[in-house]
Design a binder for this molecule. Structure first.
Ligand code: F6P
Length: 343
C-alpha cells in the first residue's frame, strides 16, 4: 500500500510530530508513504518526497511542517466540478497511491468530505491552533498557541503594572474564542473577549475602570473574531486561499476607544503568527504523534472517510461526513463561567 500525505491550510505546531507518528506506524505495517510538497500545489505539480524513517528523524520537536503547506484549492469551483474529481483520480493512479492522509483544519476537512463523497479515499488529521474542529476535544497546535499567548499575558502584565496602563492583547482563532478563553484564564486576564459573545463598549469600559479603581492595571485579551455589539468583525482587505475574509485588527480599534472612554493610557499588542511558530508543547507532540499513528492504522485497515479524533484520553475515528463543515465554538456556559468575574 502507498499513501500520499498532504498538509493544507495554515500550519500548526505538531504537524511534524504527526508525520513522524504516521511514518513510524507505516514502517510497522510495511506501508510506503510519500509527502506532497506545499499542499495541493505539490499534488497538482507532481512534487513529492519519500517519507521514510530517515526523513522523519528528530522532527517531533520542530515547528512548521517538513512537506510545507498552502491554501491552494484542488477544485475549480466551491463544490468541485466532475472534471476536478476525474483529474484527481487520474493523478492518484499516476502516483500509484491508494489514498490520502490529509492534515488540515476546517477548510481542509470540508475538502476531505467532498473527496470522500466522490469516491476518493481519505483519512483526515485535524490540526489547527484555533481548536475549532467539531468532534474532537483538542487539535494539535492549540496547546502550544495557548502557552505562547499565556506567556505574552505574563509579560504584558508586568509592563502594564509599571506604567498603570491598560494592556490589550489580540490573539488568533478565527470565529472561535478558544485561544483567548484558555490563555485568558491561564494568564488571569481581567477581561476576555471572544467571537461567540458580542459586548458593548460601555461594558468593556466599566470592567477596565473597575480594575483601575482596585489599583490594578487592566489586562484585556481579545480574539481576532470578536465584535462590539452592533458592529461587524474587523477584517483585512485581502481574502485567504479558501476565499474567506482574513480577520485581525480589532485590538487597534478597541485600544483608542478604551483610552478615550476611561482616560487610562491603553496599548495594543497583536500576537499574530508567533502563535503558530516554534516548537510544539509536549502535549501537542503526544497528541500529534498518536493522531499520526492512528491515521496510518486507519489507512492500513481501509477505514477510509474517517477523521482521527481525541476524546478524553482516547484517540478514535469519526466519519468525516458527520464532522466536515461543522465548527466547534466556545459554548456560552464556558464563557459565563469566567465572565462573572471580569473587572
Ligand atoms: O486557522 C489558523 C489561523 O492562524 C487563524 O487563527 C488565523 O485567522 C489565520 O489562520 C491566519 O492565516 P494566515 O496565516 O493566512 O495569515
Amino acid at each position: 500500500m502507498r499513501i500520499g500525505v498532504l498538509a493544507s491550510g495554515g500550519d500548526s505546531p505538531g504537524m511534524n510530530a504527526a508525520i513522524r507518528g504516521a511514518v513510524l506506524r507505516a514502517e510497522v505495517f510495511g506501508l510506503e508513504m510519500i509527502g506532497f510538497t506545499d499542499g495541493w500545489r505539490g499534488f497538482l505539480d507532481g512534487e513529492y518526497i519519500q517519507l521514510d524513517r530517515k526523513a522523519v528523524r528528530g522532527i517531533s520537536p520542530t515547528g512548521g511542517v517538513i512537506i510545507g503547506t498552502s491554501r491552494v484549492n484542488p477544485f475549480s469551483s466551491i463544490t468541485g466540478e466532475p472534471e476536478d474529481y476525474e483529474m484527481i483520480k487520474r493523478l492518484i493512479q499516476d502516483y500509484g497511491i491508494d489514498g490520502f492522509m490529509l492534515i488540515g483544519g476546517d477548510g481542509t476537512h470540508k475538502v476531505s468530505g467532498m473527496l470522500q463523497r466522490n469516491g476518493i479515499p481519505v483519512v483526515g488529521l485535524p490540526k489547527t491552533i484555533d481548536n475549532d474542529i467539531a468532534g474532537t476535544d483538542y487539535t494539535f497546535g492549540f496547546d502550544t498557541a495557548v502557552q505562547v499567548a499565556t506567556d505574552a499575558i505574563d509579560r504584558l502584565r508586568t509592563t502594564g503594572e509599571s506604567h498603570k496602563r491598560c494592556m490589550l492583547l489580540e490573539v488568533m482563532g478565527r470565529n472561535a474564542g478558544w485561544i483567548a478563553l484558555h490563555a485568558g484564564i491561564a494568564g488571569g486576564a481581567h477581561v476576555i473577549l471572544i467571537p461567540e459573545r458580542a459586548e458593548t463598549l460601555d461594558q468593556i469600559v466599566a470592567w477596565v475602570k473597575h480594575v483601575h479603581e482596585r489599583g490594578r492595571s487592566a489586562l484585556v485579551i481579545v480574539a481576532e473574531g470578536f465584535k462590539l455589539k452592533g458592529d461587524d468583525q474587523v477584517t483585512q482587505e485581502s481574502l485567504d486561499g479558501f476565499g474567506r475574509e482574513r480577520l485581525g485588527g480589532i485590538a487597534d480599534v478597541l485600544a483608542p476607544l478604551i483610552e478615550e472612554n476611561t482616560g487610562i493610557v491603553t496599548r495594543a499588542t497583536v500576537l499574530g503568527h508567533l502563535q503558530r511558530g516554534g516548537s510544539p508543547s509536549a502535549f501537542d507532540r503526544v497528541l500529534a504523534t498518536r493522531t499520526g499513528m492512528a491515521a496510518t492504522t486507519a489507512c492500513y485497515e481501509n477505514n477510509w472517510g474517517q477523521l482521527v479524533v481525541a476524546r478524553g484520553n482516547e484517540i478514535s475515528l469519526a466519519p468525516i461526513s458527520e464532522i466536515a463543515g461543522k465548527a466547534k465554538t466556545v459554548p456560552q456556559s464556558r464563557y459565563e463561567e469566567v465572565r462573572v468575574s471580569f473587572g
